[in-house]
Design a protein around this ligand. Structure first.
Ligand SMILES: [Zn+2]
Length: 115
């Protein structure tokens, strides 16, 4: 399941800092050489919120958004599919999927979905 996530992060070959999305130079040491890495392990919830004023293309009243950290330290933001935001707690483990998150010009746009 986790192999299907279309997420590539970039680990600085000099200091090890992980960048996602890509940066031209390392934000810590300015190195330009990166190793591509993929999310591994559990997705731990670091922060979350619910957004009500959505841009065009979302066919829902609100969205729950969260930032998770995978076991190998990659942090990523995704939609959380849960009926009630009160069930969320920071530090809890979520399952990560790569699924349609919105429509654009009639086509599905895929992104990180957490359940
Ligand atoms: Zn660096």
């Amino acid at each position: 399941m986790i192999d299907e996530l279309k997420i590539t992060a970039y680990r600085c070959k000099k200091c090890g800092r992980i960048h996602y999305p890509f940066h031209d130079r390392c934000l810590d040491c300015l190195e330009r050489d990166f190793e591509e890495i993929k999310p591994e392990g559990d997705a731990k919830l670091l922060a979350y919120t619910e957004i009500y004023n959505l841009p065009w293309g979302f066919d829902v009243r609100s969205l729950k958004i969260g930032v998770v950290e995978f076991s190998n330290n990659i942090k990523a933001m995704g939609q959380i599919h849960i009926d009630d935001i009160k069930k969320l707690k920071t530090g809890m483990k979520l399952k990560a999927f790569w699924e349609p998150v919105r429509k654009f010009a009639g086509e599905d746009i895929f992104g990180l979905v957490l359940k």
